[in-house]
Design a protein around this ligand. Structure first.
Ligand code: GCW
Length: 679
């Protein structure tokens, strides 16, 4: 068991059921691969490794099937089997007749098909009558690492960075390859290796060489490398006087830099940029706008197959004397909406799922649907900055899905429900975007088990699976992951899947129920709803929850900041009325009196108490459920998660009590029965 955490879901253990194993073996007597592409070789090797483990046999790789049957044929380009109409560039088909044929237009597609076939075996599905077609719905599927040159990770909770910058390029840790395999198995095809709060050093010759060494490891897995860039790099490392994006010398500096990078990394993916955000410099420092900055970089990439991912995570200080009424919620829309149509074709604007910042629950960002002429990508956070770091068990697929499945209503009244979901904006089907992308802020680190909390591996997994196909359900993904990673014992799979599916709502209940957001502290962990000291009002807790003697919540209707005006009328109508606003979003949009009766029949205060208490109690339930899975789980993982759940329970109570004792000063009401403890 010793390496169970390390192997992630790529476990190819011998299939115990002999009849099943033999049946599989009859369909997998040889592997045919022709062609000498790197990625195709990876695919054949991975298949051979997988089958060796699962079937306990070395399956030969041969160049042609001749008239042999009972094998697996990996075919790309015009080889038989591919119905070209049905698959896009990276899509694959798997059919089984006399041979199992895994086909695609590209070698990367074959690799994805191989992982899909292995998944069938790992989850003990039949393979003799396969007829599978699968296409990624989004073209650029990326992890974003917030890793620094000194080996630390911003908001990383699984140890230091995977990238050993001091050793690279000469020493290449074998772990980089495992990382690439894991990503390729999900269909992730790109990775930004450094923090968006970027060091200019990544653009020096010294670092480009190191990055190139990583790119060499990732290339055979169909993964392209990207860099976050520090906008004033031409000044900091280029010796120029300015970084003004309209300055010809600056433009030339970037064009030269792109050339230098592509010389050593010919398949370099492009740049990710955080500019004029949280103190990071940007084009506005020179009186230019985001489009000016992004377009300059896009032009530098013009000769190459690379893109610019320009982040929309921007917000000027709100609540300050000069902008007393400004609402951070509205900021991204205010700065970007009017630039729609002004971006170069190689630019993708990367928008966080919600308008604020990766909260445990947020409504979808109002930018989605409102920039029809600018490819928007969605950025989720896999690392649990606001979700209890690596201690709390939160399965994030339901969070991702809630956003992706939200209807923006931009197609207007009368259009079928679900016609304009966030997913349809992002996958390009709504506005016909030329480029489509999705990014997840990675939760990986140097910890042996990759993600700190072993259960958080499921979040990496779920992000990758949804990036490929956002129509998969949270439950399907959870079941798949548990089967491949933890156990196949039916009852245990059920128990763990159920825990996973409930975990996010449980967290929200004891952390930020009814549309609260997380009290603001530097670490984004401890409950400090009283926190009101900061250089900026919008970096205090009070700014967000607005507790007072009347009630709680941020009024974003016409009587308040009117952020709701950024949504379509259908959304506005539903959310602007406190009677129809879904309870999970209530305090995002309304300042609700403590005594107001909610649709549950309880007053706001009593509903808050109910949620905080049941949330914290539910962690006790999680502990009981987890205790039952012991016999079917690797003992190390079992003990690890048991320990984390114990801490989670304590911290859930801490969150509950901190919030309620603080809010009670304003509500002046008792904790209701049955929660009130005897004196
Ligand atoms: O979530 C916030 C984090 C910052 C982060 C920023 C961003 C990389 O607290 O640490 O910086 O968002 O997304 O740029």
């Amino acid at each position: 068991y010793a390496d169970d955490g390390y192997r992630l879901w790529l476990k190819y253990d011998l299939i115990k059921d002999v009849a099943k194993r033999e049946a599989y073996a009859r369909s997998a007597q040889f592997i045919v691969v022709s062609g000498n592409s790197l990625v195709l070789k990876t695919a054949a090797d991975e298949l051979q490794t997988g089958l060796q483990g699962l079937l306990g046999k070395t399956i030969p790789i041969i160049a042609s099937a001749g008239n042999r049957t009972g094998g697996i044929v990996l075919a790309f380009n015009k080889t038989p089997g591919t119905n070209n109409q049905l698959v896009n560039d990276e899509g694959y088909q798997i059919t089984s007749k006399s041979n199992i044929i895994v086909s695609s237009k590209t070698d990367a597609g074959v690799l994805y098909g191989v992982f899909a076939l292995l998944r069938q075996l790992q989850t003990t599905q039949p393979i003799d009558r396969l007829s599978l077609t699968s296409n990624p719905k989004i073209r650029y599927r990326l992890l974003n690492h917030w890793d620094n040159t000194n080996g630390t990770i911003e908001r990383g909770y699984a140890g230091g960075s995977l990238w050993k910058w001091f050793e690279l390029p000469a020493t290449v840790d074998p772990r980089y390859r495992v990382y690439a395999r894991a990503n390729a198995s999900l269909g992730i095809n790109g990775t930004v290796v450094n923090n968006v709060n970027a060091s200019a050093r990544f653009l020096t010759g010294e670092y480009i060489e190191k990055v190139a060494a990583l790119a060499n490891v990732f290339r055979p897995y169909g993964i392209r490398i990207y860099l976050s860039v520090y906008f004033p790099a031409p000044k900091v490392i280029g010796g120029l006087k300015t970084a003004d994006p309209l300055d010809p010398e600056v433009r030339k500096w970037w064009a030269d830099k792109a050339k230098e990078i592509y010389t050593v990394i010919p398949d370099f993916g492009g740049f990710l940029v955080k500019a004029n955000s949280e103190g990071e410099p940007g084009p506005q420092d020179y009186g230019r706008n985001h489009a000016d900055g992004a377009n300059m970089l896009a032009e530098a990439l013009a000769p190459y197959d690379g893109v610019v991912m320009w982040r929309a995570f921007v917000y000027k200080a709100a609540g300050t004397p000069d902008r007393p009424k400004a609402d951070r919620f509205k900021a991204a829309y205010e700065e970007f909406k009017h630039l729609d149509g002004k971006f170069n074709k190689k630019v993708i604007v990367q928008v966080k799922n919600g308008p604020i910042d990766f909260q445990p629950r947020e409504p979808f960002s109002p930018l989605f649907g409102n920039m029809p002429q600018t490819p928007l990508s969605i950025e989720f956070q896999i690392t649990q900055e606001y979700l209890g770091h690596a201690t709390h068990w939160v399965y994030e697929a339901p969070l991702f899905k809630e956003c992706l499945d939200s209807d923006t209503y931009v197609t207007g009244k009368g259009s079928p429900s679900g016609a304009a979901t966030v997913a349809k904006v992002v996958d390009g089907s709504l506005h016909g975007y030329g480029l489509t992308a999705i990014a997840g802020v990675a939760n990986t680190g140097a910890n042996r088990n990759w993600t700190g909390n072993p259960m958080a591996q499921a979040n990496w997994y779920a992000f990758g699976r949804l990036a490929w196909d956002h129509t998969l359900t949270s439950e399907t993904i959870a079941r798949e992951w548990v089967n491949m990673t933890l156990t196949k014992e039916i009852q245990t799979v059920k128990t763990i899947t159920d825990l996973m599916l409930k975990s996010r709502e449980i967290f929200v209940n004891y952390n930020t129920p009814l549309g609260l957001s997380t009290p603001w502290t530097g670490e984004h962990f401890a409950p400090e709803p009283w926190q009101n000291q900061s250089s900026r009002p919008d970096w205090t807790a009070i700014y967000y929850h607005r507790a007072d003697s009347v009630g709680l919540g941020f009024d974003r209707t016409t009587t308040g900041s009117n952020a709701l005006e950024q949504y379509r009328p259908e959304v506005q109508q539903r959310w602007s009325n406190p009677e129809t606003c879904p309870l999970p979003y209530l305090l995002w949009f309304h300042h609700v009196p403590w005594t107001k009766k909610l649709s549950t029949g309880r007053t706001l205060w009593n509903e808050l108490c109910t949620r905080f208490y049941t949330g914290a109690d539910s962690v006790g339930w999680m502990q009981q459920q987890w205790a039952q899975v012991k016999p079917a789980i690797d003992p190390e993982i079992f003990a690890d998660v048991t320990g984390r759940l114990e801490t989670q329970h304590k911290e859930a109570i801490w969150w509950r009590d901190a919030w309620l004792l603080y809010l009670q000063q304003y509500s002046r009401q008792p904790i209701p029965a049955p929660f009130k403890k005897p004196e």
